[in-house]
Design a protein around this ligand. Structure first.
Ligand code: ACO
Length: 324
């Protein structure tokens, strides 16, 4: 029997209208445009409106991806959303998107892997589509990180933004998704986390606020090492030489982390899709949004070899090698 693959047949993205610039942030906390640009590479980010949820953004991205793929909502039979900022504890965002699209009767769920959420979701959907268990999958990364940020904490509030990106996956005789690589290491749970949930009882004397907590400098060091090892693994698994990737589509966390990963791969920054400047770090949404930007502006074309990678809270990290 010939091996089946899954391939991306459409991409989409959705960004909230409101833009928050570095200059705006300098009015809110003790920071400067210069510090944010030089330390992170970010100039502006989009922030969801008061009544706009992760599902709203996910739906917008999903509709665009389906339009490009030429599929109707009724053609979808698998739906997974990477998100750490769901609208509510349940129903999961996958079910909420189903309801918006007027479809149902098949598996829909969200998975929580922080900034690696889309890579994890893509890998799961690939298993279903390439094995014939699903025919058309919607894979979404969607976040409203702005809801869990302390807007008085300059060490985190300058970094994050909101958005959603989506792809449609369909079966194909040829790759498609060539390989995916997922990793996690819970021993780093205290370097990047959100202390509130539903099951952990908060104590009255807890000094932790209900906001994202990050030891940025320590996260930075582990992220660089782990991303280097996952891209090495991806290249070795597929017998690829340095310089053979057409486009690197990294998680948009920090310009310096991305530059170090590109160097490891022997790639110039012209071959790296960057949206960090305009989107900030949108967690699980950053990779699919960057892919969509590059497909729509004509840089990424059919047949190109893409390397997607991400690193986030958990820690979780992962990569996907794709013949687009
Ligand atoms: N404006 C001005 N000064 C600031 C700001 C700010 N916004 N934030 C911090 N500073 C100060 C600090 O107080 C510190 O001052 P001090 O030297 O007087 O103590 C100084 O700047 C340096 O602080 P560092 O934290 O060491 O700065 P660093 O160069 O490491 O940059 C950053 C911080 C941008 C957060 C970086 O560490 C980073 O990008 N880390 C990785 C983040 C990441 O990849 N996260 C994973 C994905 S996110 C997810 O999964 C949800």
């Amino acid at each position: 029997m010939t091996k089946m693959y899954s391939r991306i047949s459409g991409t989409g993205r959705c960004l909230p209208e409101r833009i928050l610039t570095n200059a705006d942030l300098a009015q809110m906390v003790d920071t400067s445009d210069e510090w944010i640009r030089t330390r992170t590479g970010i100039e502006r980010r989009h922030i969801a409106a008061e009544d706009q949820t992760t599902t709203d953004l996910a739906e917008g991205a999903a509709r665009q991806a389906m339009e490009v793929a030429g599929v109707a909502p009724g053609d979808i039979d698998f739906l997974v959303v990477g998100t750490t900022t769901p609208d509510v504890v349940f129903p999961n965002v996958g079910c909420l998107v189903q309801e918006r699209l007027g479809i149902g009767g098949f598996a829909a769920f969200s998975l929580e892997a922080a900034c690696s959420g889309f890579i994890y979701a893509l890998s799961v959907a690939d298993q279903f589509v390439s094995s014939g268990k699903a025919r058309r999958a919607l894979v979404i990364g969607a976040e409203t990180l702005s809801r869990i940020i302390d807007w008085n904490d300059r060490s985190t509030c300058v970094i994050f933004g909101d958005g959603a990106g989506a792809v449609v996956l369909e079966p194909s005789d040829e790759p498609g998704i060539i390989s995916t690589h997922l990793r996690a290491d819970g021993q780093y749970k205290d370097l990047l986390y959100h202390p509130y949930g539903t099951s952990k009882k908060q104590q009255a004397d807890d000094d932790e606020q209900p906001f994202l907590q990050m030891k940025g400098n320590e996260v930075f060091k582990v992220a660089v090492r782990r991303l280097e090892s996952i891209v090495d693994e991806t290249m070795a698994t597929n017998n690829l030489e340095r310089g053979s990737i057409d486009w690197l589509i990294p998680h948009q966390a920090n310009l310096r982390i991305i530059q170090l990963t590109a160097k490891r791969l022997g790639m110039s920054m012209e071959k790296v899709i960057m949206t960090l400047r305009d989107h900030g770090n949108t967690s699980a949404a950053s990779v699919p949004m960057a892919l969509d930007v590059a497909v729509r502006d004509g840089r990424v074309n059919r047949g190109d070899l893409l390397l997607l990678e991400a690193f986030g809270g958990g820690f979780t990290w992962g990569s996907a090698l794709i013949r687009y």
